[in-house]
Design a protein around this ligand. Structure first.
Ligand SMILES: Cc1ncc(COP(=O)(O)O)c(C=O)c1O
Length: 372
């Protein structure tokens, strides 16, 4: 499927009647379309002349309209964490999906083989048991499966540890009739949030070098390695420039959040939750109708867009603000920037698309809650 297939969905819905922000019920998840498009353009400009390509992680936004915009700007496909996300993305017309998490067990392996009929699906593996069950599921469904091996590049999570282990697993895959060995992935999650840029770059360089050394070891043993996938938002440029890395799986950058913004300021905060002031119990206190069921407190508390107030706590359905220099009355609206976009998107069914202070579209967060 060529990138042009994505173009019709890259325009706004023809039947949506624009409305003002005042017409939105709250809490409402909103994306500033222009800011998100500038983020996508920045990413596209970087990858345009690089050997590596962008394969953005769609676990952040779970929204096909965003994925298709990334693809229209040059991304080769998306990364997903779960089959539910992969299904949503493939059905929406995303041409290629890499699942970065292991897909284990009889239900999931059979489902993966069925989903592989919808478009290119690449699964990451790190054990012989999983490789054998994927081959058996692919045989039963009559649908070959693409696999890459996950290498642990220092995060101490999933993945093979030594080049010899990676080679053994690659040989096993290549010997099975229903699997296609495509390459390696290694996510340097231990590096992406290191605040100091030089220390982060060094941790990323070591992790990316480890991944590439596994690829070289396989090639030295006559195993072809096509894909070498790495990177997160904090290391996007580092992984994207590292010799031997062929694709980068960064996620949060597209809408950016308050926490990552301190680490990679080059991307704009495009994601907010619109809230309403429901109580003013004292001169320095305002209460909003938005608790942790509508915005995450992962990493830290949300940040008040435009300032003048500070979030001091979130309970289930309330947000407590300390007013510093902002006057707020009952019924006023406040926008909060989530500390973490990925765990905020997943709380909402809809994403309201805002341009020049007008709601110009509404997109379903179609893979929201899809953790299978
Ligand atoms: C496997 C994998 N790849 C890439 C990412 C990058 O995501 P982000 O750019 O949001 O840090 C993550 C984040 O959790 C991940 O688990």
């Amino acid at each position: 499927m060529s990138p042009t297939t994505a173009e019709p969905t890259a325009v706004l819905s023809a039947n949506f009647t624009p409305k003002s922000l005042a017409e939105l019920d709250t809490p409402a998840l909103m994306v500033d379309l222009s800011a998100m498009e500038r983020n996508i353009a920045r990413m596209a400009a970087f990858f345009k002349d690089k050997p590596a390509k962008a394969r953005p992680h769609s676990k952040t936004h779970k929204t096909p309209q965003i994925a298709l915009r990334q693809i229209a700007a040059g991304a080769i496909g998306v990364t997903c964490a779960k089959l539910d996300e992969a299904e949503v993305m493939l059905r929406a017309g995303v041409p290629s999906v890499l699942i970065a998490n292991q897909v284990v067990g009889p239900f999931k392996t059979a489902r993966a083989a069925r989903l592989a009929r919808l478009g290119e699906l690449i699964l990451s593996v790190d054990s012989a048991e999983n490789v054998r069950e994927l081959d058996a599921a692919a045989a039963r469904e009559g649908q070959p499966l693409n696999v890459i091996i996950e290498v642990d590049v220092g995060m101490d999570r999933s993945g093979t540890r030594t080049p010899q282990e990676t080679l053994e697993l690659a040989k096993l895959i290549r010997g099975l009739p229903n699997l296609r060995f495509r390459g390696l992935m290694g996510y340097e999650g231990h590096a992406v949030m290191i605040p100091e840029r030089d220390k982060r770059a060094e941790a990323a360089r070591l992790a990316n070098s480890k991944l590439v050394s596994h690829a070289e070891y396989l090639r030295a043993n006559r195993v072809e390695v096509e894909i070498v996938s790495a990177g997160g938002s904090g290391t996007w440029e580092m992984a994207g420039s590292h010799p031997g890395i062929t694709e980068v799986q960064m996620g949060s950058w597209v809408t950016m959040d308050a926490h990552y913004k301190k680490i990679i300021p080059e991307f704009e905060n495009a994601l907010t939750v619109l809230c309403t002031v429901i109580s003013r119990p004292s001169p320095e206190r305002a209460i909003l109708d938005c608790g942790m069921k509508a915005i995450t407190k992962d990493f830290e508390l949300p940040v008040v867009k435009d300032g003048g107030a500070e979030v001091i706590s979130l309970s289930e359905e309330h947000c407590k603000l300390k007013l510093t220099s902002r006057e707020l009355a009952i019924g006023d609206r406040v926008e909060l920037i989530p500390s973490h976009g990925c765990t905020t998107f997943n709380l909402h069914n809809e994403l309201f698309v805002v341009k020049d202070n007008e709601v110009v579209d509404v997109w379903p967060v179609a893979a929201r809650g899809g953790f299978h």
